[in-house]
Structure formats: C-alpha cells, structure tokens
Design a binder for this molecule. Structure first.
Ligand SMILES: *Cc1c(COP(=O)(O)O)cnc(C)c1O
Length: 222
C-alpha cells in the first residue's frame, strides 16, 4: 500500500464505516489521484470546474466526483454529465440551473444545501430563512432532476475549538430541523458534510457524515 492509501485507511478507521471521506484533490495532479484510486478510494472532491474538466476524462469512470467549491451557474453544464454530488448549493438560481442541466443529461444530481455557519463574511451559504424559501417554493416542488441529500458547511478558520464545535452543532441542528420539516420520509436526505483537515475530529464528534479532507491526505498545497 502506498503512503496516500495508508493515510486514507487510517482516517477511515478513525472516522468509522458510517462516515464517507471525500478526498479533496484540488491542485493535485492526476498521478497522485491515481495513487489514491489504486488503494480503493473512489470519492474525490474538486472546487474548480475548469480543473475538474481536465482531470475527469483522464481518470477511471467509476470515480465519484464531488463539486465542493463555489459554483457559477454558467459552468454547471460542463459537469452535469458526470458529477456525483454538488456540495455548494447556496442559492435558488443555482439549484434551478442544476435541475435544468441534469434534465438535459437525463440524470438526477444529488445536491447539498450549503449553510453559512462561520463568523467570516467571506464564506458562502444560505441561512435558515433562505433555505425555507427554496424548499417551500413551487419551483422547487417541480424539480425532478435534483435530489437534496443533506447540508454542508465550513467552520470559521480558528484555533478556538469550542467555537468550531458550536458552528458544527449549529449545522447539525439545521440538518435536523430540515429533516423533520421537509424530509421526514425521504431516506436520501441524510448527509452532513462538515470537517476539513484542521477540524475533522470535532466534525466527527458533532455528527458529520462526510469529511472533506485535502492536505491531510495529499500533503500541503502549493
Ligand atoms: C479545500 C477544501 C477542503 C479541504 O481542505 P483541507 O484543509 O486541505 O482539508 C474542504 N472543503 C472545501 C470546500 C475546500 O475548498
């Protein structure tokens, strides 16, 4: 087993079988992704459409590509044929576009609603009111080609563990409220995507179902 493979295995053991690891391969070359693939990793995360477009055709077709970064509506069409999940749905217009492009490809694309849980203004995401507006809209109820599979969030970049814990607890709380109000009988709504290299241990404790890990697996980015 190569070094990347044993790192992923170690992390998977730590997280437990119920948590999925998204190996965040942004900025990393295809050769490095292949190393992870060869040891069994299938879920990879990228944050730029252009980069994903270059890598996807060069790698095995059974890779599940997750778009985790901020997404412009005019770029959805490029990834709609193959993307396995979009973590960064932060506005109605984007959801509408994903639905339209998924329909063109005769697909249903799983999406996560991204919530703004951090203190920093720079981070993207919905608040509860905006999410409710989307989920209660007629337009949403008519969308046949998207599947809302859960929520995603990024904590504040800080060393204050209790602050990070509060933000992750808030996201879990949002998830539970949405589950109760809108998705009680929808088994597909089950994901809480939270936890990165610096805060994944706290995310596990706070109920994450998907860790998005980059530098911890592949080493620091340039
Ligand atoms: C880059 C990125 C990650 C992974 O970051 P690391 O700190 O390297 O683990 C996770 N989520 C998003 C949205 C990212 O852009």
């Amino acid at each position: 087993m190569n070094k990347i493979g044993s790192k992923i295995r170690e992390l998977q053991n730590e997280a437990g079988a119920d948590i999925q690891i998204v190996a965040v391969s942004k900025t990393k070359p295809v050769s490095v992704i292949k190393e992870a693939y060869e040891t069994g990793q299938r879920i990879f995360g990228e944050n730029k459409v252009q980069e994903l477009q270059v890598k996807q055709p060069e790698l095995p077709a059974d890779i599940e590509w997750h778009m985790i970064g901020h997404l412009q509506t005019n770029k959805v069409k490029y990834i709609a044929p193959y993307v396995s999940m979009i973590h960064s749905v932060d506005r109605m217009k984007l959801l509408r576009t994903i639905n339209k492009e998924a329909a063109k490809n005769k697909r249903v694309i799983p999406c996560l609603l991204e919530f703004h849980i951090a203190e920093e203004e720079s981070k993207f995401g919905l608040d509860m009111m905006e999410a409710k507006q989307i989920l209660e809209s007629d337009a949403y109820s008519e969308m046949k080609n998207i599947q809302i599979a859960g929520v995603m969030g990024m904590a504040t970049f800080t060393t204050d563990v209790e602050k990070i814990r509060e933000e992750f607890a808030l996201l879990r709380n949002i998830y539970q409220q949405l589950k109760t109000s809108y998705f009680q009988h929808d088994a597909a709504f089950k994901e809480i995507s939270m936890g990165m290299t610096n805060d994944y241990k706290i995310a596990i404790e706070e109920g994450s179902t998907m860790l998005r890990l980059g530098s911890l697996i592949f080493g620091a980015r340039e």
